[in-house]
Design a protein around this ligand. Sequence first.
Ligand code: PXG
Length: 290
Amino acid sequence: MKIYINGNFFSEENANISVFDHGLLYGDGIFEGIRVYNKRVFKLVEHVERLYYSAKAIALTIPMSEKEMIEAVLETCRVNELSDGYIRLVVTRGVGTLGLGPDRCGTPQIIIIASNIQLYPEEFYTRGMKIITVPTTRNHHNAINPAIKSLNYLNNILAKIEANNAGVQEAIMLNSQGFVAECTGDNIFLVKKNQLITPPLSAGALYGITRGTVIDLAQEAGIETSEPNVTRYDVYNADECFLTGSAAELIPVIEVDGRQIGTGAPGPVFKKLLDSFHDLTKSSGTAIFV
Ligand code: PXG
C-alpha cells in the first residue's frame, strides 16, 4: 500500500508523521471517509466539500484547492490500483510544539490512505443489528460542533465503549436536550407508516453524505421524508429502523434498548432503498481512470 503524505507516496513502513503534529497531540485536524465502488469514488465532490467546510469551522487553511484535493484522492487510488475500497483523507494542523497554540504549527499535513473497511459482520446486514442508547450525549453545538468531522472523536468513542460494554456494536447518542442525534459513526433513519424520518442536523447529526443520498433516493421513489426531532419513544415504535454511513453503508436495526423494532427483521422500505443505493453505487461516482 502506498500512502500519500503532502504530495509524496510512501510505503506503509515509511509513512510516518511527527510526534509533534497537533493532529496527534491535540486531535487538531479533520478527516473524511470515502467509498470506492467499481473504480469510481462515490460522492467524491461532496466529501471534499465537507472536508473544506470542517476546515473552515476549525479555522484551518488547507494548502491546496478543492480541485487539487480531488485529483490527489484519485491519484492515490490509481497508485494503489484500488477498484473497491475505502479512502481515509486526513488533514492535521501540522507539526508544532507542545502547547495548544495552532499558530505554533507549520503547514497542515495532508494524508490519504486508500485501503478497505468492514465495520460490522456480514450477518448484521442480512438479519439486522441490535443497538442501545448510551449515557454519553452528543457534543453540544457550542462545544465541538457535531457537523465538524474532527480528529477528536472521543465523544463518539466513549459512546462506542459503552455500547461494546453492553455487548452491542453501535449506539444511539442523544443530544443534550434528550432528542436522538445519531449513532457513533452512522446516521439513523426510522420508517413509520411508510414515511421516512431522520433527525434534523440541528439535533446534532453529522451532515452525512449517505444520509443525504438516502433522502434523495426516497424522494425519487415517492417516499415521503421528514426531519422532525425524534425521541426514544419514536424509535421504539417505528416500523423500521436503519443506519447509514460511508463505512457502514445501509444496515438494518431490529432491536433498540431491548425493544423489537417492527417485525424484528429488515423491512420493505429499507430493502427498497438498499436496492436503489446499490444501483446508484454501481453507476455513479468520479472515475479513477479517465
Ligand atoms: N455520523 C458520524 C458521527 C460519522 O462519523 C456518519 C455519521 C456517516 O456519514 P457519511 O457522510 O459517511 O454518510 C459518520 C461517518 C471511519 C469511520 O473509521 C468514519 C465514520 C464513521 C465510522 C467510521 O472511517 N464517519
